[in-house]
Design a protein around this ligand. Structure first.
Ligand code: UT7
Length: 328
């Protein structure tokens, strides 16, 4: 078989119609539009209703990605759902998506790497496609984070939103597709961003619920510094690995955690603001969904077209981080 790379053949995204604005949050906790805007860049975020759940948005995004790639659901070999907020503990959200999309020949699984999940997912399937083990993969970052947000904690509740972004990956010529990719983690920072309740360590009890242990907790300003350093360093590493410089890159799409993090990463990498995409103002932080949503928006806007060289980089709880360099 001739040499191939793994590339993105089509993308899609979806999010709930419900919107939570900064003005809404001002009525719920001691915060202000001014604080949220200047400290994070967020103006609004999409929020699922009580009866909406992760796989619904993943399926919508996945369907669009398949249509865009013009690939039949039956041709998908694996579905990787990167999520921190699965529909339930068992079975995996990946299996629910597999059923709903009619991907009858696919394996389905969840991948748990917080905000870096999409990059972890494409890194995993990249080598499977490149080595010929599989032909087509569907990687979806999907989250309903707002169900794990403590709306009495102003330090976290203003940040997170819901949505899903999907990519169909398959073989492309060797000068295109994923040119370099790398993922990392450091579990020493477990308690910088975590939700300890509800697992096998602290199973759900009245006490864990009263202590609000099932909600996200974050030490934001400590994470901020690690996030900037990790994303900038791993991006520089993969550029070097691919033998290109930052000037060769047409578009940088960082995980949308905070506009100030995005600005600081761009500054460290020496990228001008017009080459950096941001949608945090209207989506907030959607964790594993943030990069594929942003990429698909860029495709729709014509910022990504045939030949565009895109650098994506993410950082999240774990802590996890990663970067990929992709030629469309
Ligand atoms: O996606 C996964 C990765 N996520 C991250 O890496 C997140 C990284 N961290 C951040 O984005 C920022 O640290 C935050 C947006 C979470 C917080 O911004 P900050 O500039 O680091 O604020 P801070 O936590 O240092 O807090 C500054 C002040 C504190 O008040 P005092 O102690 O100075 O009186 C907070 O209590 O701001 C206060 N504060 C708020 N005030 C109004 C914290 N949250 C709020 C709020 N509204 N929502």
């Amino acid at each position: 078989m001739s040499k191939v790379n793994a590339g993105i053949l089509g993308m899609g995204h979806a999010y709930p119609s419900g919107i939570l604005t900064n003005a809404d949050l001002e009525k719920m906790v001691d915060t202000s539009d001014e604080w949220i805007t200047t400290r994070t860049g967020i103006k609004q975020r999409h929020k699922a209703d009580a009866d909406e759940y992760t796989s619904q948005f993943a399926v919508k995004a996945g369907k669009k990605a398949l249509q865009c790639a013009q690939i039949s659901p039956k041709d998908i070999d694996i579905i990787v759902c990167a999520t921190t907020t699965p529909d339930q503990i068992l079975p995996s959200t990946g299996c629910i998506i597999q059923r709903e999309l009619g991907c009858e020949n696919a394996a389905g699984m969840d991948l748990f790497a917080a905000c870096s999940g999409f990059i972890y997912g494409i890194t995993m399937v990249e080598s499977m496609i490149r080595t010929g083990q599989i032909r087509y993969a569907l990687v979806i970052g999907a989250e309903v984070l707002t169900k794990y947000v403590d709306y009495t904690d102003r330090s976290t509740c203003v940040l997170f939103g819901d949505g899903a972004g999907a990519a169909v990956l398959g073989p492309v010529p060797p000068d295109k597709g994923i040119l370099a990719t790398k993922i990392r983690s450091d579990g020493r920072y477990e308690e910088q961003l975590y939700a300890p309740g509800g697992g096998t360590r602290y199973g759900t009890t009245h006490e864990t619920i009263e202590k609000r242990m099932h909600y996200f907790k974050m030490k934001g300003n400590e994470l901020f510094k690690i996030a900037v350093r990790s994303m900038a360093d791993i991006s520089a590493e993969i550029l070097e690995k691919a033998g290109v410089t930052i000037d060769d890159v047409d578009l940088v799409i960082p995980h949308q955690a905070n506009q100030r993090i995005t600005d600081a990463v761009a500054q460290r990498l020496g990228v001008p603001p017009e080459k950096v995409y941001s949608n945090i103002a209207y989506h907030g932080n959607t964790s594993s969904a943030s990069i594929p949503i942003a990429m698909d928006e860029c495709i729709e806007m014509g910022k990504i077209k045939d030949g565009t060289l895109v650098l994506i980089t993410a950082f999240g709880g774990g802590v996890t981080w990663g970067a990929s360099l992709i030629r469309f």
